[in-house]
Structures are given as structure tokens and as C-alpha cells.
Design a protein around this ligand. Structure first.
Ligand SMILES: Cc1ncc(COP(=O)(O)O)c(C=O)c1O
Length: 393
């Protein structure tokens, strides 16, 4: 039977990682990969995660199956982190999921069960995996304008105009913060205007929050989630703990649904758990218990917030450093969008041909759209990076 198959298309980012790995030039720089890195170029386990893991090793009594919804303490803690007191908890349900991707996949099946003909509107551009992940699950996707690649701003008016014309009842996928790939988030006023259209058109917001705490603060980054929760009858929120807890490979995230009332919440809950049973049966436990321990212990939570602020600060600092270096080395070009962006990603704003030259001539790796992961910049490589960029402009 396998003779019917053709090789699947190569994943652009995985291909880039391999090319970078095989590049013998010592000065090479990887700005493609999707993980946080320290000034030493490492992606270490957070200290607070190590502490919680040690406690877990010392106290865990069983590795028997957990239920389809995962760890109740984790779910309660993630719900609190996401919604705070923005809405009556009787209308909310949260389940554990295998990373943000697993959460998005369960949400896709839930949408298909509830409203199979609805379109899901995603930003142009959006995270490269949103389209295959949600589309592959069977959802029909459409795009709304988002990023102006020339001016490096959000096309808010065009976005609002498109959303104001979509069919009532359609779904809108929003990035809560640190929009991937552009790094440009709506201001609070812009978010309010987006929420107005969602309410007017009776759209269902589906918020992907993969970077809570990476843009401004845990609270500020959840602004649109909490603002919408207070205004809409129904909403879906996917969380990932890959970035903000550094638990990438442990696969931990959550899926929350806001329903109009407790009775419909209970029905949604039963459907979500039924979906889980038909895909992966039960979620992985380790990372979720670690997160539950951290969020449930005031000292560990305080220590986590410090480490999170350090990661956020490093990303901001590296963008500023690159911006300052480019100001000196390429003064005729405006790179101010680098410091207006937040989180891990933003577009450098160069052509695909220039991206290829950077790779070939200087060993500087980024995806073809010129999206860069600022965590790949260090005080040590920033001058070489800015020189290379200036030379290719
Ligand atoms: C916007 C967005 N959503 C979801 C995810 C999924 O994260 P996870 O690794 O937890 O599956 C990512 C990861 O890069 C992302 O950028």
C-alpha cells in the first residue's frame, strides 16, 4: 500500500535547521528556529522547572492513566492565568492538551462538531502551521488582511472591513500576543474595535495564546482574552506552555471554552473529552504537573515570573541592539519596526533574494519571508549580523 505515497513536502524550518547545522562557518547565525535562546545560545530548562521536577520525582506516587481532561489542578491554574476574574467560572471549561498544537487540534474537531460549515478566518500572514493544522483537521479557512509588509504596521481598517462582511457565526482566529510571524499586536484600542466587530457580527473568537508573558506582562498579554470574555457569549482559547515555561518537548498546553451558561458549558465539556478520547485518549502528564506545581506555589510562581521577565527582557534588548547596530551600519534604511515588535518573532523586511544571499554569503539563516527569531541574536554576534544585513541591502 505504501507504494501509493509520495514523499511529503519538506518542512521549511526543519530544513533550515539542518542546513545551519551542516554549515561549517563558525560565525553562522540561526534566526530561523522557533525556541527561546539565552545569550549563550542555549535553550535551558528553567530553574523553577528543575525545582518543581525534583519535587515531582520525590513525591509522585503513580504514573497510572489520568483522565481525558488531564490534571484538574493544572486546568484550574491555567484557567485562572488565562481569564483571571473576567468572567463567571461556571461558563468556563479548561482541559489539558499536548501543547498548543494539540489544543488547536482538539478545538478544530470541536468546531467541526458544533458548526461544520463555519469558516475560520486567520490573519494574513499567520503562524505557518495554523493552516495545515486546522485545515488538515477539516476546517475551511479564509484570510483577513493583517500585516502591511511595507509599512510594518497592522492593516487595522482593512482587517475590520473584512471581518465586518464575513458571515455571521464564522470563527475568527486571533493571536493574543506576540503575533507570529510579524511580532506586531493590535493596541488596546485596536483590540476593542476588533471586539466590537466580533460582537456586531456574532462571530466566535478563537484565541491562540502561545506566548503569554513574552510581550508585556502576563496580565497585559491576556488583554484581548479577558476583554472578549466579558463581552461575548462563546469563545475558544488555546494556550501553550512551550515558550513561557520552556517545556517545548514535554507537550503541555490547555484548551478553554467559554459557553453561554453552565448547562451548555457541561455539554461542550463532554464533547471536548469525547474528541480527546478519539485522538490521543489522554494527554501527557509530566509537564502539566510541573506547571500546576509552579502556579500553585506562591514561591515557585514568583520565581517563574522572574525567569519569564528575564526572557522577555532579553528579546527586547536584542531587538534594540540590532536596531541600533543597523542605524549605524545602514543609516539610509529604517528598521524602527524591529523595536516596535514584541516577543520572539518579527520580519526583518528584506526580500527573499536578500535572505538567500545572507545565508549563502554570510551563514545567516532565516525563513524566506525574512521572519527572524530575535532569540538567535547575541551581544557577540549582533555586529556581524548587522554588517551582513547592511552588505546585502
Ligand atoms: C502562534 C502559535 N500557536 C501555537 C503554537 C504551538 O506551540 P506548541 O509547541 O505548544 O504546540 C506555536 C508554536 O510555535 C505558535 O507560534
Amino acid at each position: 500500500m505504501f507504494e501509493t505515497l509520495k514523499a511529503a513536502p519538506a518542512d521549511a524550518i526543519l530544513g533550515l535547521i539542518a542546513e545551519h547545522r551542516n554549515d561549517p562557518r563558525p560565525e553562522k547565525i540561526d534566526l530561523g528556529v522557533g525556541v527561546f535562546r539565552t545569550a549563550e545560545g542555549e535553550t535551558p530548562v528553567l530553574d523553577v522547572v528543575k525545582l518543581a521536577e525534583q519535587r515531582l520525582v520525590d513525591t509522585q506516587a503513580s504514573k497510572a492513566y489520568i483522565g481525558t481532561a488531564g490534571d484538574p489542578d493544572f486546568n484550574a491554574a491555567m484557567q485562572e492565568l488565562t481569564f483571571a476574574d473576567s468572567v463567571d467560572a461556571d461558563r468556563l471549561v479548561t482541559i489539558q492538551a499536548p501543547g498548543g498544537s494539540g489544543s488547536l487540534r482538539v478545538a478544530a474537531s470541536l468546531i467541526l462538531r458544533a458548526r461544520p460549515n463555519a469558516k475560520v478566518w486567520v490573519s494574513d500572514p499567520t503562524w505557518a502551521n495554523h493552516i495545515p493544522l486546522l485545515g488538515g483537521a477539516g476546517l475551511e479557512l479564509a484570510t483577513h488582511p493583517y500585516y502591511d509588509a511595507k509599512k510594518h504596521v497592522i492593516k487595522v481598517d482593512e482587517m475590520l472591513d473584512t471581518l465586518s462582511k464575513v458571515d455571521k457565526g464564522d470563527i475568527v482566529l486571533l493571536h493574543a500576543c506576540c503575533h507570529n510571524p510579524s511580532g506586531v499586536d493590535p493596541s488596546e484600542d485596536e483590540w476593542r474595535a476588533i471586539a466590537d466587530v466580533i460582537v456586531e457580527r456574532d462571530l466566535v473568537p478563537f484565541v491562540d495564546m502561545a506566548y503569554q508573558g513574552f510581550a508585556r506582562s502576563l496580565t497585559d498579554d491576556a488583554f484581548i482574552v479577558r476583554h472578549l470574555a466579558a463581552r461575548v457569549p462563546e469563545m475558544i482559547v488555546s494556550n501553550s506552555c512551550s515558550k513561557n515555561f520552556g517545556l517545548y518537548r514535554d507537550r503541555v498546553g490547555s484548551l478553554s471554552v467559554l459557553a453561554p451558561d453552565q448547562a451548555s458549558r457541561d455539554i461542550v465539556n463532554s464533547q471536548m473529552n469525547n474528541v480527546v478520547r478519539t485522538i490521543y485518549s489522554v494527554p501527557p502528564d509530566h509537564g502539566a504537573v510541573v506547571v500546576a506545581m509552579i502556579l500553585g506555589d506562591p514561591d515557585l510562581k514568583a520565581a517563574w515570573r522572574v525567569e519569564l521577565a528575564e526572557m522577555r527582557g532579553r528579546l527586547r534588548e536584542m531587538r534594540e541592539m540590532l536596531h541600533d547596530a543597523l542605524k549605524t551600519k545602514a543609516p539610509e534604511h529604517d528598521f524602527s519596526h524591529l523595536v516596535r515588535a514584541v516577543g520572539m518573532f518579527c520580519f526583518l523586511g528584506i526580500s527573499e533574494e536578500q535572505v538567500n544571499r545572507l545565508k549563502k554569503e554570510y551563514g545567516v539563516y532565516m525563513v524566506g519571508s525574512s521572519r527572524i527569531n530575535t532569540a538567535g541574536i547575541t551581544a557577540h554576534n549582533v555586529n556581524y549580523l548587522a554588517d551582513s544585513i547592511a552588505a546585502t541591502l
